[in-house]
Design a protein around this ligand. Structure first.
Ligand code: ATP
Length: 489
């Protein structure tokens, strides 16, 4: 990371903390590694992102329904899914710093640095070597790549590495009161399996006809080998997943369909198209016949935000075998029973949150010839902004606070609105800019005479005078999720 991008990333983390978006978990005890809490504004932003995803998936599609499965699942689930035996990451330790890394990520960082330095051929060759080693789980080759490219530990700066080893990422715990009779269960490492085991329940009770989808938002847990980069890689995180069940043979068409839909969904939030790219998997997981990552260009490089996988009939067949229950569908159109194929879209809510923060945080220079000035703004799309409007009486006197409160009382029925009367109006505008509030409504003496207020627009800083009666329409129009959703239809 260059000094500039490093500083920008640090700014994002400190801004997120200072304004109540993200706090280290149990901070009074010095935090817990790679676990974070969402604060008062972070929780709002997260809810808005969830709502955008849920509505775009469930509400806009007649053939997609949503569920909420438990985090704990029967332990055999994870045998069937392959996680007990194969959910591993290649790890390597630096003997000097005692820091642990994921071997593939050290190499990916090197590829990014080659790209940034214009060494495109070297980057391509290294990517090919990495993919080839991962394809056959060749841990010795990963080590030799690290040596050949003189990759050093970012902490110690040395090349004093251990061998590369595999590490299982699942958290295990005991269920039941008696230590002897207790059963080992896992915290789910992905939400997908909760959907697969409920395939027949939902299909039958919802009278779903193929093609149809089951969506879910929920927590997942992975004992990540290394967990740095803030909320990018956490040990407890949240996924938003769709499993879309299709007739065998049509899966690659649906895979292309969902690739296109998901990119559109990301772009509707307002980021520049150049910030996104697809990265096709060369090493396909044993269950997949096509897979791609949707990558966003974070301050530390292009990284996966979402995975789209054509998972074949692997999961349903495995659960059928391990449970002994038939998990098939009778397709009346072709008069046949079959195990459906599945196309999955799986997005990490926390990574999405970070991409939105990185894309929105701007430091603007407002200096004039007379004085130097600047402001920090979070230019969120209004539909996902945590606070939609702030109501600000110009002064604390002359009945202006009462008037402002009465406006607030009407607006708060529909939107998250803040009231603020402390400090100068200029300071209050800047505070709202820093948390990304799209509108500031200022109540002044003229308001008492003619029931009008000024609305200040966050991005342009333009102000306009409007009637109080117009406020709901003006704000509602701009902050509505409908606007985002319409772009997806
Ligand atoms: P990575 O290669 O970065 O470890 P992955 O390919 O294992 O990710 P998936 O299993 O495809 O990830 O999970 C789907 C999504 O869940 C990812 O695109 C990512 O956004 C999110 N995700 C996965 N692991 C984490 C984590 N430890 N912290 C936060 N989000 C995560």
């Amino acid at each position: 990371m260059s000094k500039q991008t490093d500083d920008f990333f640090k700014n994002i983390i400190s801004h997120a903390k200072e304004y109540g978006f993200v706090f280290p978990s149990s901070e009074i005890y010095d935090g817990l590694s790679a676990v974070y809490d969402y604060g008062q504004l972070g929780a709002e932003l997260k809810n808005n992102l969830k709502s955008y995803w849920w509505k775009s998936m469930v509400q806009l599609h007649e053939n997609i329904v949503g569920i909420d499965a438990a985090i704990f699942m029967h332990p055999t689930t994870w045998k069937a899914s392959g996680h007990v035996d194969g959910f591993n990451d290649p790890m390597i330790d630096n003997k000097d710093s005692k820091k642990r890394y994921r071997a593939d990520q050290l190499i990916e960082d090197k590829i990014y640095r080659y790209e940034k330095d214009g060494k495109t051929d070297k980057a391509k060759q290294l990517q090919q070597d990495l993919d080839a080693a991962l394809a056959v789980d060749d841990l010795a080759r990963l080590k030799s790549i690290i040596e050949e490219h003189a990759i050093v530990c970012p902490m110690s700066g040395t090349k004093n590495w251990t061998e590369v080893r595999q590490f299982n990422l699942m958290f295990a715990t005991q269920m039941g009161a008696m230590a002897d009779g207790a059963e080992q269960v896992y915290l789910r490492p992905e939400t997908a399996q909760g959907i697969f085991v409920n395939f027949l329940n939902v299909q039958k009770t919802g009278r779903m006809k193929i093609p149809f989808g089951i969506a879910q938002i929920g927590k997942a847990f992975r004992n990540e080998v290394i967990a740095r980069q803030f909320i990018m890689r956490m040990r407890e995180f949240e996924q938003m997943e769709l499993q879309f069940f299709v007739r065998p043979g049509t899966e690659l068409q649906w895979y292309e369909h969902w690739k296109e839909m998901r990119l559109k969904w990301h772009l509707a939030l307002g980021a520049d198209k150049a910030k996104y790219r697809f990265h096709d998997h060369v090493k396909l997981a044993h269950y997949a016949n096509a897979a791609v990552d949707v990558e966003y260009e974070f301050p530390f490089g292009f990284k996966e935000v979402e995975g789209i996988h054509s998972r074949t009939d692997f999961d349903l067949k495995q659960h059928q075998e391990f449970s002994g229950k038939k998990l098939q569908y009778f397709d009346p159109e072709i008069n046949q029973n079959y195990t459906p194929y599945v196309v999955e879209t799986s997005i990490g809510l926390d990574r999405l949150f970070l991409s939105v923060l990185a894309n929105s945080l701007v430091q603007e220079d407002l200096s004039t010839d007379e004085k130097s000035d600047s402001r920090v703004v979070l230019k969120f799309h209004p539909a996902i902004a945590p606070v939609k409007a702030a109501v600000l009486p110009l002064t604390k006197k002359d009945g202006l606070p009462d008037k402002a409160r009465s406006i607030m009382n009407t607006l708060k029925l529909d939107y998250n609105v803040q009231y603020d009367e402390k400090d100068s109006i200029g300071k209050r505008y800047r505070r709202q800019d820093a948390i990304g509030t799209p509108f500031c409504i200022t109540v002044d003496h003229q308001t008492l005479e003619d029931d009008t207020v000024t609305i200040r627009h966050r991005d342009s800083m333009q102000q306009e005078r409007v009637a109080i009666g117009e406020l709901e329409r003006i704000i509602g129009d701009l902050v509505s999720l409908n606007k985002l959703l319409k772009q997806l239809m």
